[in-house]
Write a protein that binds this ligand. Structure first.
Ligand code: 2XP
Ligand code: FE2
Length: 302
């Protein structure tokens, strides 16, 4: 078996609004339009990563919250209805997905060897969280590639940001080792927003874009700072500044997804492609792709 590899990584935010606005057959509510810049960015990103022909998408989600350790879906197939607890009028999504259980088991084992607590979710009736579903839908609406889904163990919340960072770096390194040893060609998805300050009053028409804008300049400055670092290949600096970003931008990165993904990618020092940035309920969301192939084409052209 040849050694597996990470083909690309994507910062793949999961606001249910983006799925709602696409009107896929799986989602019950219907939208007129909305959040186009982010959705068009997702279209470009989707084309780019699916062209790499990945065998599996590995996603880390802030909305599968586990207290004791890192859990992974461990059944071949899940299906059900996912209803967003805050936006049930936007997201009532009938999902059906396949899991790469062998890889999930290998990641759980590699995590265990790295002295992290891990566990496989073997309940076939488990309801998969909307952070996993929305990010995977937006990257691959055909759902024809199996996934591995990893929970957020909330280490930043329970033990502080420094401990959380260390935990997620170790989980990322363990994930990479498991991908390599199982020979998989994988794309990794960090399902999270950047700044995460919500507005507090929803407009009568959710897709009324006159309400979607930056609500706090400080949060916007942080988002732009991070995107600039991504674009310049400075993910090590992002990790150095992550604790401040988490606190000052109330970032959803506190759930660990972004740190995990940068670790799986080996803390990339090449430029990422920012496909889009936009606000959803006032939060800052970016679709960003780390793809060494794209980068090497850019390098050849310059
Ligand atoms: O608040 C969250 O974490 C959500 N996923 C809701 C929607 C938009 C957030 O950015
Ligand atoms: Fe979220």
């Amino acid at each position: 078996m040849s050694k597996g590899s990470i083909l690309a990584g994507v910062l793949a935010p999961h606001p249910p609004h983006l799925v709602y606005a696409e009107n896929p057959p799986q989602n019950e509510p219907r939208a007129e339009c909305g959040w186009e810049v982010l959705r068009w960015g997702y279209e470009r990103c989707r084309r780019s990563v699916l062209a790499l022909d990945p065998e599996v998408l590995i996603v880390h989600s802030p909305h599968w919250k586990t207290v004791q350790g890192h859990h992974l879906l461990g059944v071949d197939h899940f299906e059900g209805l996912s209803v967003d607890p805050i936006f049930p009028h936007l997201f009532r999504y009938h999902y059906e997905l396949d899991v790469d259980v062998e890889l999930a088991e290998a990641i759980a084992e590699a995590a265990h060897e790295a002295r992290l607590v891990s566990k496989l979710m073997r309940n076939p009736d488990f309801r998969v969280d909307y952070g996993t579903i929305a990010a995977c839908h937006l990257i691959n609406p055909a759902w024809d590639i199996p996934i591995v889904a990893i929970s957020s163990n909330r280490a930043h919340f329970d033990f502080g940001n420094d401990a959380g960072q260390e935990e997620m770096l170790r989980l990322g390194e363990a994930t990479l080792r498991a991908v390599e040893s199982t020979g998989r060609r994988a794309v990794v998805l960090a399902s999270c927003s950047l700044s995460h300050r919500h507005f507090t009053v929803e407009p009568e028409i959710p897709e009324d874009m006159s309400h979607e804008h930056v609500y706090h300049h400080g949060q916007y400055l942080w988002d732009m700072h991070l995107l600039e670092l991504f674009r310049r290949g400075k993910s090590a600096q992002v990790l150095d500044e992550m604790s401040d970003f988490i606190e000052q931008a109330t970032s959803e990165a506190k759930d660990g997804s972004l740190t995990w993904m940068l670790a799986v990618l080996g803390i990339p020092d090449y430029p990422a492609e920012v496909h889009a940035y936009g606000n959803v309920i006032g939060t800052g969301n970016a679709v960003v792709e780390w793809n060494p192939v794209l980068h090497s084409h850019e390098a050849e052209e310059s």
